[in-house]
Design a protein around this ligand. Sequence first.
Ligand code: CA
Length: 516
Amino acid sequence: MKNILRTFVSIAALGTPFSLCAETSSRIVETPLELTFLTGNSNYEFDETWPVEQAAREMTGIHLVLFGANSDDAPKSKSLKNMLEDDTVPDIVGARNLKPFVNEYGPVGAFMGMNELIEKHAPNLNALLKERPEIRSAIQAANGEIYYIPYLPDGKFGRGYFIRQDWLDGLGLKAPENVAELKQVLIAFRDRDPNGNGEQDEIPFFARNWQEMLRLLTLWDGRSTGSDNRHDFYVENGVLKHPYSGENYKEGIRNLSEWYAEGLIDPEIFSRGSKARDQLLSENLGGVTHDWFPSTSLYNTSLKDKIPGFKFSALLPPESVSGRRVAEHRRAQVKPDGWAIGYKNEHPIETIKYFDFWFSEEGRRLSNFGVEGQQYEVVDGQAVFHDDVIHGSEAVNAQLWAVGAQIPVRGYYQDYQYELQWSNDIALEGVNLYDQGDYLLDEYLGVALNEIEQSIFDRYWPRIQSHMLSKQKAWITGKSDVEKDWLEYVETLEIYGFSKVMNMMNSAYKRQYEQG
Ligand code: CA
């Protein structure tokens, strides 16, 4: 396929005539202009009748039409790779996880580089990228060009610790401030029957994603990941590292295996699955977890009649053995989702202006809150949701998806205000608690690998990661002993190419983030 792609002619930013309409600042073309659009994911099937899409048409004059919709035989959506193989590239492609795809096939000509287009024709995007250069570094390909406009989430905290405050109160305990106190609280939850049924049936620490247990590694100054992805690299003092190597990791795993053996961690942590939170909270069994603020807080409402006194409160990250408090999970600052310009697009200037529209005040509101007068009103300069949206029978985000807002196959800039308006008080209290200190860690925003680097990664990393995860599970569950295995583990990673990958990743990282 790459041979085919190399024959693509990259069409530079060819100007096409257009005129600005004087009445509204968002108008891009006077005569409506149709641009073909393809989404690579079915989760957010593009719908031209979405009210948000209709409003965008009116404001900008740009009409996105589903690629292939005008011919009888063309399928409505195709895989992105098929699209390249068939050389049927639409004007605009939008998809979840688009970044690796466009950063691989953009440089060989399948998508347009946007650096110059943004500089000349996209004032909102240009200002944003100047203000937050790390976003530019994160999205650009190995050759320094930008090939996609991302979905940028907003807000800081994602997941945090939650604890049964009513259990603490019942046992006369205070919220644990450090790792030693946390262990004592978990022991008390295990031994002292806080649910009061006369049985030792409590599960002190649980998680509906077992990987959230690995957040506890930070209590021994280890890490579980450096990004929004599991088991990812992390950045420390400008150097890229991997969490599953080094002494702090070994120490953390040794302690987790002890906690597991002592029944402080759910014995079914690896198998209970995504219903763990529902099950263990509604059966009055679970004590502490690590999970999303908004959805975890909601149990205080849904269980208040079933479990008298139920109070599941956010807990500050306990201090580690060296006295550090860290919140390892944060909302990603930039997603690999978004949209790109196909190489055959004959209206690149109008297209970049259209992309830029979604980063203007008007476009950002439209993509976040829906249509003014339908989902929200502007009050004192702020978009405020209608009551029937806030208190609707469906979740607010589901209502917004249904009208075409908050759709990440569109490159857009989320506004945290949209979520604040429907978060409950306990979620907000939790987020405020975490916001009082400087607990967040630097986020690893990813690197774009060139062809050689990618081949090194693909050759070595899958085997390394698979070995890391299988040893990790064996150690935590006590099937193997981390102290005894450690030297052999380090040697095996070396034989599998760990240093080769880390050196390559660090040179790619430096190229991407330390230029200029
Ligand atoms: Ca009990």
